[in-house]
Design a binder for this molecule. Structure first.
Ligand code: 5GP
Length: 120
């Protein structure tokens, strides 16, 4: 187990079913659900079921199978939400400089409209 991981973070609680979420897709290794505050017409969060604090922790510690199933879940939601060919954006905030709020690795999938410039 990762001593840096807080098992009471909000996404850990969603994974345990202690907090409800609007589920979009799930597989063995990942869960996708609507962000509670949507920043775009499609704003889905994809999280691994395992206890990883951020992208770096996930990439270093998850198994190749977990990593593959995680990105397959992201791709599944892209198809399910009909985000191609129009396009979409993936964001993963990592650490204090990024403003990461929830210390469980997650990818934001944003789309459904022409998104504004990332850097402005
Ligand atoms: P971060 O800044 O860590 O990348 O983003 C965390 C995201 O989680 C935010 O966009 C926030 O709206 C979302 N969020 C926080 N609490 C909850 C919750 O209880 N349920 C859902 N569905 N999203 C949440």
């Amino acid at each position: 187990p990762n001593p840096a991981y807080d098992p009471n973070n909000v996404f850990a609680r969603i994974l345990r079913g202690e907090i409800p979420c609007h589920k979009v897709y799930e597989n063995d290794a990942a869960l996708a659900f609507h962000d509670i505050t949507s920043a775009a017409p499609v704003h889905v969060l994809v999280i691994p079921r395992g206890a990883y604090t951020d992208f770096h922790d996930f990439t270093r510690r998850a198994t190749p199978e977990e990593i593959a199933k995680f990105w397959q879940a992201v791709d599944h939601v892209v198809q399910q939400e009909n985000l191609l060919p129009a396009g979409f954006r993936l964001i993963t905030n990592t650490g204090p400089d990024s403003g990461q709020e929830v210390p469980h690795f997650h990818v934001h999938l944003l789309g459904g409209e022409k998104l504004g410039p990332l850097l402005s």
